[in-house]
Ligand binder design. Sequence first.
Ligand SMILES: [Mg+2]
Length: 265
Amino acid sequence: MSLVIGCDLDGVIWRGSEVIPGSVEAIAQLQNDGAIVVFITNNSSTTPSQYVEKLAGFGITTTAEMIITSALAAAHLASEHLDAGSTVLACAGPGVVEALTERGFAVHNDGPADAVVVGWHQSFDFERLRIAADCARSGALFIATNDDPTYPGAAGSLLPGNGSLVAAVATASGCTPFVAGKPHEAMARLVRMKVGPAGIMVGDRVSTDGAFAARLGWPFGLVLSGIAGTDRGELVADSGAQWIANDLQTLVPLLLKSDPAVAGS
Ligand SMILES: [Mg+2]
């Protein structure tokens, strides 16, 4: 069986629009070695085909099938609770709209609706907060694509993540969301469906990628090119990682040397 690598994007492959040096070569090394690389991201704003294009722009070859986003996990979660044709308010970006549409939901920009999905988007404002909170308070199924408080931007900056938007909607509505993305179960179900039960998770955030690896029962490779290990980021101690490396380029040779029994292949 091929080694399966679940690879996070933000903070592992890129920071914003800047590629992290060596990450493109590291993915090629994995693919040339026969590994199956599936990209697993909590960023819900972008569609899988847009991710394929962005990766191709940096020189990484993959297909939309190999991209698993928290938008897909949120739509999957919604479909477990609601019938196709149900109305969903998308307080989110194009990735969520496409994922919901593909599941047969009627996607709206205003309430009332059977569900409200909150995903990261830059046009979030007071009016969108008001509409989403009204919807949740009125009894709609409240789903958050993910609850990351921040994500890594260019030049070492930290930007507000979807957890910040979800917290506003939760506070204004008094409702608690179901969360779909890493490290939660909806995302884990999608990953198991797509690539099977065994693999290695690689990421830059202990609280999402590390916890997700633990949920999947996969070993965890932590890179320090994103959130973890920075002054403002998480502490690396107690990360639960089997491997810790400065970046993907340094990590990949360690993964390829790993004991197949550890990697679960
Ligand atoms: Mg990340």
